[in-house]
Design a protein around this ligand. Structure first.
Ligand code: HEM
Length: 503
């Protein structure tokens, strides 16, 4: 009897589930929509998407082609994996494709945040942003500060186990604070850093505003940050001493920041500046170190480039614009890291009206996931795409290829592309030139060599030669098992620990 009850119960549940799935499909069965499935009411296919990541996308593409519908992250969404169509969408903001980032992100980053505004307001905010990070500003104002900051940031690591993930996150935040308002490491940067970390977590959460949730904490962190930034702005206005930083440019409203922004807009612009560069720059720097650890030949070539620059300088001499411009291989390493690690999987858009793509009609208010990840592994664009090969960027001018979307495209193309590249390049420069990284085996032998009083010249010679060869291949020592997750975000859940020695 009990067994029969269970069987009937299961049968009813199965019927109810099938009914719900069917009902949800029918709800979205509009003529003209691309093929695909919508999953469960409300949740859609979010769980499968987050669990399976790129495999989910590949399986769908195999079944439905490059353009398909689904329901992910709380919204009916069309996912586009066609490079040509993706390019068209990025170039067509005026035709009804505006940024479509999750509500939690927009709430916490502010209503004047650059990703939340379109039309003339976006033009004004973007103009101000571009003025702050233009090549002329990088060359004249930002590069010397970044150089000084990076040199200091990587100092005192000798003989220590360093969590590169933690250090690169700190680097991205503190470097931004220094450039924006000349804030050095200290109590003020500590308070700002604590709130900024909470804010970032809040933007990546579901928008449930209960005490204890990441969203709630992110929202509270925003309030505190806005308060702190207001104080900094007031102090700056009261002081007559020019600081020559981004805040000065924004407040003086000179020709660099042509548009007159309100204080609220200035604060949201500063938050956007820090937020947009934070995860991208820190993750790319961490992954570059990881790839260098795994590819000693690339590390060797990179070292050569940076030692060549240092050879022409005294120890304290600063890295200049021309030095940065000569870092061709470094730039290639950065782009290859961005490609292989897929720091950016794609960008989100929202339709402001019914729009037609490839003969399908996407209704108003749907999300479009411009999924660029697969382009990074396209064998027609990148020969042997699974190989970490920075040289490919030197041979062909891939950076100007019209399917190059590592920094987005169209009217939203990343304004911080060059600034981000400078930060990562200078981080690598100081890291590589200040430290030599040896393996435990090599270190062990070196210590033995020092403590045992070896007088036989041939033995010494053999040991030195062996140490030299080993050190060529083992410069950095990874400590423990450093696992890297690539989806939905690139991160090392337990950190990326390595041990370094001074050069
Ligand atoms: C390796 C580093 C970086 C990568 C890979 C990257 C990537 C991107 C991508 C893909 C977009 C397009 C988003 C979209 O279309 O919705 C974007 C936009 C943006 N990025 Fe970056 N970014 C990087 C560094 C930075 C830095 C350092 C800044 C700081 C200035 C920055 C500021 C921005 C801003 C403000 C936008 C929005 C532009 C707009 O809506 O007009 N990014 N970035």
């Amino acid at each position: 009897m009990v067994v029969l009850g269970i069987i009937v119960g299961l049968f009813i549940m199965l019927l109810a589930c099938t009914g719900l799935l069917r009902w949800n499909e029918l709800r979205y069965r509009k003529k003209g929509l691309p093929p695909g499935t919508m999953g469960w009411p409300l949740f859609g296919e979010t769980t499968e998407f987050l669990k399976q990541g790129p495999s989910f996308m590949k399986a769908k593409r195999l079944r439905y082609g490059n353009l398909f519908k689904s329901h992910i992250l709380g919204c009916p969404t069309v996912i586009c994996m066609d490079p040509e169509v993706n390019r068209y969408i990025l170039l067509s903001e005026g035709k009804g494709f505006v940024p479509g980032y999750p509500q939690s992100m927009l709430d916490i980053l502010g209503k004047s945040n650059i990703a939340a505004v379109h039309g003339p307001t976006h033009k004004a905010m973007r103009g101000a942003m571009l003025g702050l990070v233009s090549p002329a500003m990088i060359r004249g104002q930002l590069l010397p500060k970044i150089d000084e900051f990076m040199r200091e940031h990587v100092s005192n690591w000798h003989g220590k186990i360093i969590d590169i993930q933690h250090k690169t996150k700190e680097m991205a935040l503190l470097s931004a604070l220094k450039q924006i308002a000349g804030i050095d490491a200290g109590p003020l940067s500590d308070s700002l850093k604590a709130e900024l970390f909470k804010l970032v977590l809040g933007t990546l959460s579901l928008p449930f505003n209960f005490p204890g949730t990441n969203y709630h904490q992110g929202f509270e962190a925003r309030k505190k940050l806005v308060g702190m930034l207001k104080e900094i702005i007031e102090e700056r206005r009261a002081s007559n001493c020019p600081k020559n930083d981004m805040l000065d440019s924004l407040l003086t409203n000179d020709e660099i920041s042509k548009a007159k922004l309100t204080d609220e807009q200035i604060i949201d612009l500063i938050i956007a500046l820090i937020y947009s560069g934070y995860e991208t720059v820190s993750t790319t720097s961490m992954m570059a170190v990881k790839y260098l650890l795994d590819h000693p030949n690339v590390l060797e070539e990179l070292r050569r480039e940076h030692l060549e620059i240092r050879k022409q300088k005294t120890t304290d001499c600063r890295v200049g614009w021309d030095d940065y411009k000569s870092m061709r291989f470094t730039r290639a390493v950065i782009f290859e890291t961005l490609r292989m690690a897929t720091v950016v999987n794609g960008v989100l858009r929202k339709t402001t009206q019914d729009v037609e793509i490839n003969g399908y009609v996407i209704p108003k208010d749907w999300r479009i996931y411009v999924y660029t990840r697969e382009i990074n592994y396209d064998p027609y664009l990148y020969h042997e795409p699974q190989a970490f090969n920075p040289w490919r960027w030197l041979d062909k001018n891939l950076e100007s290829h019209h399917h190059f979307m590592l920094f987005g495209g169209g009217g939203r193309l990343c304004p911080g592309k060059e600034l981000g590249t400078v930060e990562i390049a200078l981080f690598l420069h100081h890291f590589i030139t200040q430290y030599r990284f040896v393996s435990s085996l090599c270190l062990c032998m070196y210590v033995c060599y020092q403590v045992t009083n070896l007088h036989v010249v041939t033995i010494k010679f053999v040991l030195i030669s062996f140490l030299f060869v080993v050190s060529l291949f083992h410069r950095w020592e990874e400590v423990g098992k450093n696992e890297i997750m690539k989806f939905p975000r690139v991160e090392a859940p337990h950190g990326l620990h390595i041990k370094v020695w001074e050069n």
